[in-house]
Design a protein around this ligand. Structure first.
Ligand SMILES: CC(=O)N[C@H]1[C@@H](OP(=O)(O)OP(=O)(O)OC[C@H]2O[C@@H](n3ccc(=O)[nH]c3=O)[C@H](O)[C@@H]2O)O[C@H](CO)[C@@H](O)[C@@H]1O[C@H](C)C(=O)N[C@@H](C)C(=O)N[C@H](CCC(=O)O)C(=O)O
Ligand SMILES: Nc1ncnc2c1ncn2[C@@H]1O[C@H](COP(=O)(O)OP(=O)(O)OP(=O)(O)O)[C@@H](O)[C@H]1O
Ligand SMILES: N[C@H](CCC[C@H](N)C(=O)O)C(=O)O
Ligand SMILES: [Mg+2]
Length: 509
């Protein structure tokens, strides 16, 4: 494709060289340059891409997009822009033929509930005759095509390439998670959204955003900037959870009409009567287009909020209520979200992705409501991620469980024992009894409320399955669908579901 075509949508400051050259690939990483690549020099937190321009040109870059003309190459076409990441996102969309301009695109942002809600919306769209691709934490997929997810929302070049591939595979709509990192880094700036959803905002990622205000500002970009009406998509909508304390502030900044939803907030989309039981959620939901009765197998109040978000998106797209109802009712479970691990011991073993204080609180509150026996929780906190959430998660897990086993999540480059020490800071003030793994192994009948620290996750899962008795609920939290554990910079195969199944295989009674 000619550079001129890729440049057409962006207001650039300066161009040196020829717009007529052919571009065959896009990259912001000098280590991935093939001849014909358009290289974007981006300023990052660890490095400045401008330093790698010479290397990129040596390796065959056809042109360079940069912010600082002082770093411009003498022997290659270059384009100066004021915002490299924003330019890259729009140029990537142009390069891949703007796949989201002529298909519905629904984006969801918020601390928790994004993945679950994308699966619900996928089911609604399917019922409405619009087979949709889903892009998020688990994968980027449509039908038989699955692209491994590098991140929840990948870099704009990777994102637009995925849209293209999934559209070519037959996707007629897109549903995607939009992370706060992505909004801050403008990875989604080349996307043409029809509907944006705000699920909630609770503590996470403060290592990156610094403060809750900055975290909120990142989320607000979706509504204030990326949902502005355009010629391609003149009537856009926002669906906002007004139960959340930040909902009103997100709604205030929206550049398009807002549909407010909430369990408690008397908004446009709300339940008029609802029952949340061990079997799921049922009731009646009221929308501006009318009411309908529904029954879902999803568990817990937080999933009612996710259902309302999906219904609000369906209403925003003017889909028939029959399709919205059919989607909600037909939706199966989401991998790694309260996913059951079968066993012959009468133990309810659930693998869940709760990796924030709020998610852990919600999932434990839900399980406590339905528990008839004890609640045993295996959990940990990821390394190289917000350390502030560690004592909070420790406190919630220990307070709400009969036995909490604190272990490693993905330690990444941090010392797992140092992470656990921070988790323990939140538990110690509770005055709950600490057991050693050896003591519990020797005397499994001990059941005074307590906690254990056990770094090795496999050993922690084994201990938990050994201690669990018929009627108990065993929650393995934090890693959900992940089939790996990152220790240092190495990704080892590790899957909580497989680990639990193997541990049950060894359990004698
Ligand atoms: C914190 C974060 O989001 N960082 C992203 C950011 O990195 P950075 O700004 O630190 O980049 P850098 O290392 O300083 O490098 C600057 C530029 O120089 C380039 N470079 C660097 C070295 C070199 O030799 N040559 C070269 O060209 C880099 O490719 C980059 O373009 O820009 C990079 C390029 O786009 C991203 O790869 C990187 O994502 C990292 C890998 C990451 O782990 N991100 C996670 C935290 C993330 O995005 N998570 C969210 C949220 C998940 C959730 O909801 O919970 C997600 O969407 O998954
Ligand atoms: N609406 C919600 N509010 C609070 N907690 C929720 C909600 N929905 C799900 N959860 C909890 O959060 C966990 C993660 O849910 P989900 O994967 O849907 O969220 P996410 O926003 O996609 O997370 P991530 O940012 O990691 O991609 C679930 O396993 C569940 O424990
Ligand atoms: N998308 C989230 C997932 C966290 C999952 C948890 N298992 C961890 O590794 O901390 C992140 O990158 O912060
Ligand atoms: Mg997700």
């Amino acid at each position: 494709m000619k550079l001129a075509h890729i440049l057409a949508p962006i207001p650039y400051a300066e161009l040196h060289g020829s717009e007529a050259i052919e571009i065959t690939a896009l990259s912001c990483d000098s280590r991935q340059i093939k001849p014909g690549t358009l290289f974007f020099a981006l300023r990052g937190t660890a490095a400045d891409g401008h330093r790698f321009i010479r290397q990129a040109v040596q390796d065959g870059a056809a042109a360079v997009v940069l912010e600082d003309a002082a770093c411009a190459p003498a022997d290659c076409t270059w384009i100066r822009v004021t915002d490299g990441r924003a330019a890259m996102a729009r140029m990537a969309a142009a390069f891949y033929g703007n796949p989201t301009a002529d298909r519905p695109l629904i984006g969801i942002t918020g601390t928790n509930g994004k993945t679950t809600t994308t699966y619900l919306i996928e089911a609604i769209l399917a019922a409405a005759g619009l087979p949709a691709a889903v892009l998020g934490t688990i994968s980027y997929r449509f039908g038989a095509t699955t692209i491994e997810a590098s991140r929840t929302t990948p870099e704009s070049t990777e994102l637009q390439a995925a849209f293209r591939q999934l559209a070519d595979a037959g996707a007629q709509a897109f549903v995607m998670e939009v992370s706060s990192h992505a909004l801050e880094q403008k990875r989604a700036d080349g996307c043409h959204f029809d509907v944006g959803i705000f699920s909630n905002l609770t503590r996470d990622h403060l290592d990156y955003h610094g403060t809750m205000e900055e975290y909120l500002h990142a989320k607000q970009r979706l509504f204030a900037e990326l949902l502005q009406p355009t010629a391609a998509k003149p009537s856009r909508r926002a669906a906002i959870n007004m139960d959340d304390s930040y909902g009103a502030r997100v709604a205030d900044t929206a550049a398009c009409p807002v549909i407010g939803y909430g369990i408690d907030y008397p908004g446009d989309v709300r339940p008029v009567e609802v029952a949340i039981t061990v079997n799921g959620i049922s009731g009646t939901i009221r929308t501006p287009a009318g009411e309908f009765r529904f029954a879902s197998k999803l568990l817990g109040r937080f999933n009612l909020s996710n259902i309302l978000a999906a219904v609000a998106a369906g209403v925003a797209l003017d889909l028939p209520l029959t399709a919205i109802k059919a989607g909600i009712e037909g939706h199966a479970t989401v991998p790694g979200r309260l996913e059951r691990v079968g066993n012959t011991f009468g133990i309810t073993c659930l693998v869940d992705y709760a990796h924030t204080g709020d998610a852990l609180y919600n999932v434990l509150a839900t399980l406590k409501e339905i528990a008839t026996g004890r609640l045993i929780t295996v959990f940990g906190c990821g390394g190289d991620r917000d350390p502030g959430k560690r004592p909070i998660m420790g406190k919630i897990a220990a307070e709400m469980s009969d036995l909490a086993i604190a272990t490693s999540d993905n330690p990444r480059t941090e010392d797992p024992l140092a992470i656990l020490a921070q988790v323990k800071e939140g538990i110690t003030p509770l005055g709950i009894r600490e057991y050693t793994p050896e003591e519990l192994t020797a005397r499994p009948a001990l059941d005074e409320k307590g906690f254990v620290m056990l770094e090795n996750r496999r050993a922690a899962i084994r201990l938990a399955t050994r201690l669990a008795r018929p009627g108990d609920i065993l929650l393995l939290a934090g890693k959900g669908h992940e089939d790996y554990q990152i220790i240092g910079t190495t990704k080892h195969h590790f899957d909580d579901r497989e680990e639990a199944a193997a541990a049950f295989g060894e359990k004698t009674a």
